[in-house]
Write a new protein. Structure first.
Length: 718
């Protein structure tokens, strides 16, 4: 929370925390009433004490969620910081798995979700923050579907290969996908999240959107910034100038290298010290002239592995100081404490070089605070780890691999020798970025994109086929005399199967189609991309029309008509497709009379999408010269003549008959043509994904048969 509660001799102290998140959210220019829900920083057993804190925070719209000491240990120190934190920072060997950790994580996430529901009015916007609360969006979606939910991940999202190591990884992904909008610091993290979601949950993203349970989830990369003006103007304050004077007395008149970190193995502090020692070894002239000011903020130092890290840092600093120091100069000036803003700003102002080299970091705001604090008249050089999220933006820094201590030493040497003009040029470019991408802009950008995502879901919700809308369509159906009903097959009448040959119609489906066809007022058409032989085999005994191979074949009155000449496929084209089958495990090629289809439903999600894009790019030029179309479908890429599509026969039927009720249902991009073929008052229904060309939406394939069956049974109301 933005206020931390501590105990002092039986009374409570309230200290305001001005972190980047609190600053950004408090800066939002909005008419919304803002409420904070979070842990107050203290575990209390007595209900009277908890109520006292609640009463005192209520006036600030702060609502504490109290944890027992056990919950704190297992949820926060356990699953959050001993399981998720190391894994997300690529320290797999440090990640611990305990059943009681996971149990506590679920329990506390549920407490937070319940606390939100207690406070939130209908249609409230709920912004969930970070890895400690990955399950909350999904829980809120179940408990309060009316809420508008956003989620931001402040630490790295790891690659799929690493994330799937978590036994609960699919549950965590589903929790995050309860949000309307999810954002990360960088595009790398966003890409990893997409890959994990597609591979673990079988979802398919369309650029920045994926459909989950009849709603769209949007994702983006929004790098967090700092309060630029606060740091840039800090030198004007008397407290900062006084702190500069004291620091100069302490460290002397040397060139200063600044290192600021929380005590954590992900920060690369030991690597940094080794690199600095190598720099001194390689540059004897720097001895006595350059000082490393190292600030390490205590963090969980009573935990064994953190206590051991501190011991190693202390020993390494002692070793360097013992080896190189002389009277009047100490190579490493070490602060093991959190510095107040004035002292930290003083160090930013004074330092010639900032050495920011985490082994992995979600963003790293120290780098941005340092850049914001500098003046062109006294430019500083930023040495930055490529493994920090900030590296994607701060490209004018000296970027290094923090695992290579020789690169650290080399970067220090380069920075020391860099001409002032070059320092000024780099600083000006970096400040242009940091002053633009501030914490205020980050918060505002998130709110704006989140609002767009919410609007998109309102639009989708308006298309969803609820009970009332289905009743109204049933009423129109019952009142009509001459109906055209067009139905896609795969993904609409039957679920998509990894092996398309196993999508045989069930007896229930065949009975329903027969029932609809027996009504003399109905003209039933199954409109599919499948070959006409298979459709004849499966549905030929039912009195309905069939459109096969995207309009190339049409069966009516038990007679098949071919609307496309059969293609003699060039060996070159077939060879290209066969080559892609060979290099893409579990893909297959289907050769039809009028189309070629490369199926990749059984292929790994990332590889299938990658190969489909590769194949499409390979085919487009050759196919356009042959008058052929390359059509992306649902886990299939098809090549066919451009002279017909799924809407061709439908347009012809509508022009020849006077229908007073038209309806088409389909699930993928190839069905858009039949939606467009319907008259404006026709009922076009997309399954699974909201479509611009379809008027309505059914959430999933399993909803289609009950809807069709109910048309003939339901007594509709106006």
């Amino acid at each position: 929370m933005p206020v931390k509660v501590s105990s002092d001799n039986g009374s409570f102290l309230f200290t305001r925390s001005e972190g980047g998140l609190a600053t950004g959210l408090n800066s939002l220019d909005t008419t919304f009433e803002k409420h904070w829900i979070g842990w107050p920083g203290i575990c209390l057993k007595k209900k009277t004490q908890q109520q006292d804190i609640c009463n005192r925070l209520e006036s600030m719209n702060l609502h504490p969620v109290f944890l027992t000491q056990s919950q704190y240990n297992y949820y926060y120190e356990g699953y959050s910081n001993s399981t998720l934190w190391p894994l997300c920072h690529y320290f797999f060997d440090k990640s611990k798995y305990r059943k009681n950790y996971w149990t506590a994580y679920q329990e506390v996430n549920r407490k937070f979700a319940t606390a939100v529901c207690d406070q939130a009015e209908p249609d409230s916007m709920v912004w969930v923050q970070d890895y400690q609360l990955l399950l909350v969006p999904g829980m809120l979606r179940e408990m309060r579907p009316d809420l508008r939910i956003g989620f931001f991940m402040h630490i790295p999202f790891p690659s799929y290969e690493l994330f799937r190591v978590l036994p609960e990884h699919a549950i965590l992904l589903k929790g995050m996908l309860g949000a309307d909008f999810i954002a990360f610091h960088t595009h790398d993290y966003l890409r990893h999240f997409i890959s994990a979601s597609e591979r673990s949950l079988g979802l398919e993203f369309k650029l920045d959107e994926v459909m989950v349970g009849g709603r769209a989830v949007h994702i983006d990369a929004l790098p967090m910034g700092v309060n630029y003006d606060l740091y840039h103007q800090a030198g004007q304050h008397i407290e900062v100038r006084q702190a500069i004077g004291k620091m100069q007395q302490l460290v002397g008149n040397h060139q200063l290298i600044l290192s600021v970190d929380r005590l954590d193995y992900s920060k690369g502090i030991l690597h940094r010290l080794v690199g600095y020692a190598a720099f001194l070894d390689n540059n004897p002239s720097a001895i006595g002239k350059v000082t490393l000011v190292m600030v390490v903020v205590p963090s969980r130092d009573k935990v064994e592995k953190y206590a051991e890290l501190k011991r190693q840092i202390d020993e390494k600093i002692g070793s360097i100081n013992g080896k190189y120091s002389h009277l009047g100069w100490t190579p490493v000036c070490y602060f093991y404490r959190a510095l107040p803003f004035e002292e930290l700003s003083a160090l930013y102002k004074m330092s010639d070089i900032a050495l920011v080299t985490p082994l992995r970091d979600g963003m790293n705001l120290v780098a941005k605070e340092y850049i914001a604090s500098k003046q062109i008249s006294h430019p500083g050089i930023l040495i930055l780890s490529r493994m920090a999220g900030a590296a994607a933006e701060l490209t004018e820094a000296l970027l290094i691999n923090p695992n290579d201590t020789t690169q650290i030493a080399g970067a220090l040497e380069q920075a020391i020798a860099m001409p002032k003009e070059e320092r000024q040029r780099r600083l000006a470019a970096l400040q242009d970025t940091v002053s633009t991408q501030t914490v205020y802009k980050w918060a505002a950008d998130f709110i704006n994109e989140w609002s767009e995502a919410v609007s998109r879901n309102i639009e989708i919700k308006a298309k969803v086929m609820g009970r009332e809308r289905q009743d109204n369509i049933a009423l129109r159906y019952q009142q009509s005399k001459h109906r055209l009903i067009v139905l896609d097959y795969d993904g609409t009448l039957v679920g998509l199967r990894n092996d398309p040959q196993k999508s045989i119609p069930t007896e229930e489906l065949k009975a329903l189609l027969a029932k609809l066809s027996e009504d003399s007022r109905n003209h039933i058409v199954v409109n599919s991309g499948r070959d006409h032989q298979t459709l004849e085999k499966w549905l030929g005994d039912i009195n309905l029309d069939i459109v096969a191979e995207h309009g190339a074949f049409y069966k009516s009155d038990n007679h098949w008509t071919e609307y496309s000449t059969r293609v003699e496929w060039s060996d070159r084209l077939v060879d290209v497709l066969k080559a892609f089958v060979k290099k893409t495990p579990n893909s297959r090629l289907e050769i039809k009379d009028t189309a070629l289809a490369w199926h990749y439903r059984e292929v790994d999600a990332w590889l299938g999408t990658f190969r489909a894009q590769q194949l499409a790019r390979t085919l487009y030029r050759a196919c356009s010269k042959m008058g052929l179309q390359v059509i992306p479908g649902n886990k299939v890429l098809e090549i066919k003549s451009s002279g017909y599509n799924k809407g061709t026969i439908i347009k012809k039927l509508i022009s020849q008959h006077d229908y007073d009720f038209t309806m088409a249902i389909g699930d993928d991009t190839t069905d858009e043509d039949m939606f467009l073929a319907l008259p404006p008052d026709g009922f076009s229904i997309r399954v699974g994904i909201c479509s611009t060309n379809a008027r309505f939406l059914l959430s999933e394939t399993g909803d289609v048969l009950p809807f069709l069956d109910a048309l003939t049974e339901r007594r509709a109301h106006v």
